[in-house]
Design a binder for this molecule. Structure first.
Ligand code: NAD
Ligand code: ZN
Ligand code: ZN
Length: 362
């Protein structure tokens, strides 16, 4: 058992609390990892606010980390102690019908089908003050040490800087992949991205690398526009500057709607606005933002009847175990540079300040 520090969410709507926790050794087909760096994704904030589905508290959130293997359980062959790794918030077991199907990345042996956030054997490896603490997405990166199933870990390049490549665990891979895998953006096309946070800016990078000629960034926080332009947005607009609904503005700007639209906020109204912004027949809209827990959508079915395509995208459509190491290698070869997404670097003890910066749009 290792004693270390972890950021625990004891209940909904309370700041994280840094606690000493005990981390049990990995069981068969599990790996214990020393986390070196972790990003903060809006999805972690959904957990703190209680808007992420099927979460039991207390829980250790965090799902965008990088670290070093500390020890392995029986039967683990994919990693060895001392190797650099990225925990996978969407596992790839390699054996289920989804993993065997080249067209899907949604492994069937995942926490997505579980009603509780425990390890696959329905127990926890974390205790604090005598109480079992829940895991998050099987990887809980807001802990100095954490345990995950071997289907949820990928070995990466020995030279990879962990304080940078942690972003490949969620934000960058999600946004970049939504453009190139899910939408399959074509050269010369027009794209609109609703929400220019870490994930939305990564969609901008994906659209640019796919050769889109017009990339329209949309955000109610105009401070996000400088980075969006730096990364390839050709225009940036704030819906609050217009009297008309933003979908009408986009249809006017383009004549007929964009070829690809992306919702990267997680609000039902912007999901429908993004759908209505793409071309009535050939347009594709990709839902990346996480829908609020228990929400329902209502929309005019004519929007789909005329031929639009509406798709969801989880972790950018990547088969994670196969693809995330390749994305990290691409970063080492300078094929893309998500370093620009890093706005602040803080010591672990200041994790609540990180959430304040996220909430204030900084
Ligand atoms: P973020 O908070 O950094 O960015 C959201 C952006 O949306 C902010 O810049 C904000 O100003 C802007 N915004 C808010 N309301 C708006 C409105 N009405 N119109 C225009 N812009 C608005 O969040 P993030 O970390 O980039 O994550 C974005 C979303 O993606 C979240 O819902 C997150 O849960 C989700 N997510 C999904 C996946 C996936 O696999 N599909 C993975 C990671 C994150
Ligand atoms: Zn995330
Ligand atoms: Zn699988």
């Amino acid at each position: 058992v290792i004693k270390c520090k972890a950021a625990v969410a004891w209940e909904v709507d309370k700041p994280l609390s840094i606690e000493e926790v005990e981390v049990a050794p990995p069981k068969a087909h599990e790996v214990r990892v020393k986390i070196v760096a972790t990003g903060i994704c809006r999805t972690d904030d959904h957990v703190l606010k209680g808007s992420f589905p099927n979460i039991d508290y207390p829980v250790i959130p965090g799902h965008e980390g990088a670290g070093i293997v500390e020890s392995i359980g029986e039967g683990v062959t994919c990693v060895k102690p001392g190797e650099k790794v990225i925990p996978l918030c969407l596992p790839q077991c390699g054996e289920c019908s989804s993993c065997l199907n080249p067209d899907t990345n949604c492994c069937l042996k995942t926490h997505l089908y579980e009603s509780q956030n425990l390890m696959p054997d329905k127990t926890s490896r974390f205790t604090c003050k005598g109480k079992a603490i829940h895991h998050f997405l099987w990887i809980s990166t807001f802990s100095e040490y954490t345990v995950m199933p071997d289907s949820a870990i990928a070995r990466i390049d020995d030279d990879a800087p962990l304080d940078k490549v942690c972003l490949f665990g969620c934000g960058f891979s999600t946004g970049y992949g939504a453009a190139i895998n899910t939408a399959k953006v074509k050269p010369g096309s027009t794209c609109a991205i609703f929400g220019l946070g870490g994930v939305g800016l990564s969609v901008v990078m994906g659209c640019k690398s796919a050769g889109a000629s017009r990339i329209i960034g949309i955000d109610i926080n105009k401070d996000k526009f400088t980075k969006a332009r730096e990364l390839g947005a050709t225009e940036c607009i704030n819906p609050q500057d217009f009297k008309k609904p933003i979908q009408e503005v986009l249809v006017e700007m383009t004549g007929h709607g964009v070829d690809y639209s992306f919702e990267v906020i997680g609000h039902t109204d912007t999901m429908v606005a993004a759908l209505a912004s793409c071309h009535m027949n050939s347009g594709t809209c990709v839902m990346v933002g996480a829908p609020p827990s228990g929400s329902q959508l209502s929309f005019d079915p004519m929007l789909l009847f005329t031929g639009r395509t509406w798709k969801g995208s989880i972790i950018g459509g990547w088969k994670t175990k196969d693809s995330i190491p390749k994305l990290v290698s691409g970063y080492m070869e300078k094929k893309f540079n998500p370093d620009v997404l890093i706005t602040h670097t803080l010591p672990f003890e200041k994790i609540n300040e990180g959430f304040e910066l996220l909430q204030s749009g900084k």
